[in-house]
Design a protein around this ligand. Structure first.
Ligand code: ZN
Length: 412
């Protein structure tokens, strides 16, 4: 979530006469450098480690320095002084960013060890979209004193004890369903944040890290409207944090930032409101609309209105229609049994790719990359101790500033 992602969401909201993102007017705004210890473009593991431990490391490492020495995370430090701890994400519970706050492993892909570290963390609350390779999670949870639930309805009536919300609204093996697809997924991160606040609030204080984890994912795949949808979903979770701040202004610090930018996003002239008209993610489009059309051998004339409505593509020009038609035929051909080659169409079916490209073009959003970039990211801070966050600095400073704020304003 770099500056451009925030600009895309902000301009889309403005074009649609909707309220702005809730954190843009935070009193302290800063610029954060994200490179890893080698000065290279970071991955989420090295970035999470830098933010959580105050030390840069090598890509893929979680909670370890470059020599694989274990380093304490800010969540562990605050746990050790009696604060309650919550870690929330829309991706899987064992993914790199949440893992960066509780795990100590030399590969972000070592999911079973990361899960072991989660269960051993002693943290009070986790929320996310399941585990990659931990079929025995219920046993681990019970052994470590956690109540494991899969929906908000199952949340215990009392706030005692440790809780893991491992959502049943799963997207492949990769976390909670995309926000843009709506349905049962709506406001999931906000609800998880509200539940965290209600469970973690206590006289000794708490620390929580809440990740909108799929902004990055959809920037990787250049699906502009879906990344905006994830950002707006994240913004609602921040609104919950602000509401808590407003009730406890003398003892609450809210920080909004990112681990890196993805997609090298920039802008040309366009109607940013096009980013709010798409109502299906690329992944879900492939799995539902495309799969149905292929199975039924739907004609292009019948398929076009279905795709146009899902992606908000009104008033198609002859040129746009021709692009979609060509992509649709490639989709039908490539998806036929015995012909699975889609090398040139990218990760999605050609018609899905054509639709997201058209939305981005109409919105004036340009992707320069499918990967992470070296761009600085913004940081916004509100509340007690926010003065420690002003300036332009390396991401390791975030860890240091949190602890400076904690020690400058002890809980009385
Ligand atoms: Zn990424």
């Amino acid at each position: 979530m770099g500056y451009a992602q925030i600009q895309a969401a902000s301009e889309a909201l403005a074009a649609d006469n909707r309220d702005p993102l809730c954190f843009l007017d935070f009193p302290v705004q800063a610029s954060v450098k994200t490179s890893n210890i080698l000065g290279k473009v970071t991955d989420s593991a090295a970035a999470a480690t830098a933010i959580s431990t105050g030390q840069k490391t090598i890509n893929r490492y979680l909670g370890l320095d470059q020599n694989k020495n274990r380093i304490e995370t800010v969540a562990e430090t605050l746990r050790n002084i009696g604060r309650k701890i919550g870690i929330l994400t829309t991706v899987s519970l064992d993914h790199a960013t949440p893992g960066g706050f509780y795990a100590h492993v030399d590969s972000r892909r070592n999911y079973s060890t990361i899960a072991d570290d989660l269960f051993a963390s002693g943290f009070d609350y986790f929320a996310g979209g399941g585990f990659h390779r931990t079929p025995d999670a219920p046993t681990h949870a019970e052994e470590n004193g956690y109540t494991l639930i899969h929906s908000f309805e199952e949340a215990p009536a009392t706030n005692d004890g440790r809780l893991i919300l491992s959502s049943s609204l799963i997207f492949g093996d990769y976390g909670v369903l995309p926000a843009i697809d709506g349905g049962a997924r709506v406001d999931w991160l906000k609800k998880a944040t509200d539940l965290a606040i209600s469970r973690l609030t206590n006289p000794a204080g708490f620390f929580m890290m809440v990740e909108g984890g799929r902004i990055d994912y959809f920037c990787h795949y250049n699906d502009a409207a879906s990344f905006v949808g994830e950002l707006l979903d994240f913004d609602k979770a921040v609104q919950s944090a602000i509401a808590f701040y407003q009730q406890h202004p003398e003892e609450t610090l809210v920080i909004v930032t990112a681990d890196h930018e993805t997609g090298d996003v920039s802008f040309t002239k366009g109607d940013r409101s096009a980013l709010l008209s798409q109502i299906i993610s690329s992944d879900t489009c492939d799995n539902t609309l495309v799969a149905d059309c292929v199975a039924a051998k739907t004609s292009f004339d019948q398929a076009l209105p279905i795709f146009a409505s899902a992606f908000g593509l009104t008033n198609l020009t002859a040129k746009e229609t021709a692009v979609l038609k060509e992509a649709y035929y490639r989709t039908i051909q490539n998806s036929m049994p015995g012909n699975t080659s889609d090398e040139e169409s990218g990760v999605y079916d050609p018609i899905t790719t054509a639709c997201i490209n058209l939305v981005a073009a109409r919105a004036g959003v340009v992707f320069g990359s499918g990967g992470h970039t070296a761009k600085d990211v913004p940081l916004y801070a509100l509340g007690i101790g926010s003065e420690f966050f002003s300036g332009s600095y390396e991401n390791t400073r975030i860890h240091d500033a949190i602890l400076e704020a904690v020690s400058a304003y002890p809980i009385s």
